[in-house]
Design a protein around this ligand. Structure first.
Ligand code: SOE
Length: 393
């Protein structure tokens, strides 16, 4: 019998790629971190009963269901974790918040600014009843990224002047890769822009502590038609068989934009799934008046730091291996140099969410932060269509 005052009973909606990542986080977090509340993996929800039951057994959920509405109505659920495509986020999140459940929602928060506004309003309303809402920009929780933020905060690189950010993948560079839901505007909202560009918008604003105020952007769709997928592509990125029939790609393949930050820095952004050879390269470089920082997720345990105050004859970028116990989140894991991976960001997300719920504080990034990112994405789309600069509210 569970002590309900110290447990947090979780329902997860969706069990594909993100559901797998979230499941390992819920499973692992209590084993490595001293959490103030104990997560119970109560129920996983999917559209197909057999596949949901298989996912429950494989991923460690006590039960499965095909009815998210019924699950949200249950008294024995405290947290709803949304791992479904973007077109369902608003409906599920708002229903869960109205039912008094804490919500963790995958990124981007929604498919449109209007949906993100409604979700943020629901989160504001729910907060007055002690209910918390968080959006899953997990890369904030990579130790090297946390360290970058800390160094900027401490003034180590001085005034930030340049922000250079790229998110590069190549999983649909092959024109015969199947038309997955991520290439369907109805389901995904946008393409590279929202799926991966959203991450670098969040990361650069997080690291610099400064918001984007204006931008001009361009979207491109290189491959306008693709073969339909032969099977279910929900859990994979572009792999699997295809049919002979083809359908339209309704999202961008690549996005780029120039931006201005509130603190005066100039930003250059790029997000693409056509950067052949780049698998998950999140590259961020920040140049300040006193130094620079550089990060690449393909070498995710390293943060490069240049201190412009050092003597020129010995100055140079140093590779900080962000695996010291003094680096964010690392103390709970391995001895120095033993490295963390993609999945640890999700574990840290669970730690921060559970801690915020227990402390009665707002988790970060909040739905309001997710709404801000949505406005940036929307501005890039409008700018691309109208060939104009756009201001962000
Ligand atoms: C696919 O491009 C994807 O899985 C994104 O949806 C994730 O947010 C990113 O972490 C990895 O790539």
């Amino acid at each position: 019998m569970t002590d309900q005052s110290s447990s947090l009973r979780v329902a997860m909606i969706g069990h594909a790629f993100m559901g797998n990542a979230h499941s390992q986080a819920w499973r692992t977090a209590p084993h490595f971190f001293a959490l103030p509340l104990h997560p119970e993996m109560t129920v996983v929800v999917g559209r197909d009963a057999d596949r949901a039951a298989e996912a429950a057994a494989r991923l460690g959920w006590a039960e499965s269901s095909t009815d998210w509405r019924a699950v949200i109505a249950r008294d024995d659920i405290d947290v709803v974790d949304i791992c479904t495509p973007g077109d369902t986020h608003a409906e599920i999140a708002i229903a869960a918040l109205e039912a008094g459940k804490h919500v963790l929602c995958e990124k981007p928060l929604a498919n449109t600014v209007a949906e993100a506004e409604a979700m943020t309003a629901a989160a504001d309303q729910a907060r007055s009843h002690g209910v918390r809402a968080m959006v899953g920009f997990t890369y904030r929780r990579v130790p090297a990224i946390g360290l970058a933020r800390r160094l900027v905060d401490e003034g180590r690189i001085g005034e930030v002047r340049h922000v250079r950010a790229q998110y590069l993948q190549d999983w649909i560079a092959d024109p015969e890769a199947p038309l997955s839901w991520r290439l369907d505007k109805e389901k995904a909202g946008s393409g590279a822009l929202g799926d991966i560009g959203a991450h670098v918008v969040d990361l650069t604003q997080f690291i610099t502590g400064s918001r984007i105020t204006e931008l001009t952007g361009r979207l491109e769709t290189f491959v306008k038609e693709r073969p339909y997928a032969a099977g279910d592509t929900s859990g994979s990125l572009g792999s699997g068989g295809t049919t002979t029939e083809r359908g339209p790609v309704t999202v961008d393949d690549a996005a780029s934009f120039l931006a201005t930050f509130a603190g005066g820095a100039m930003g250059v952004f790029e997000a693409t799934r056509f950067a052949t050879g780049r698998k998950n390269a999140i590259r961020i470089e920040v140049n300040g008046s006193l130094g620079s920082l550089a990060f690449d997720f393909e070498d995710m345990n390293v943060l490069e730091y240049f201190d412009a105050r050092e003597d020129a004859d010995v100055a140079g970028f140093r590779r900080i291996i962000a695996t010291e116990a003094t680096h964010p989140y690392v103390a709970a894991w391995w001895p120095p140099g033993h490295g963390l991976g993609y999945e640890h960001g999700f574990t840290h997300q669970v730690v921060d969410l559970v801690t915020a719920i227990a402390d009665g504080t707002d988790p970060s990034p909040s739905f309001a932060d997710g709404l801000n990112v949505q406005r940036v994405l929307d501005a890039v789309e409008t700018s691309s269509l109208t060939r104009t600069w756009q201001e962000i509210q």
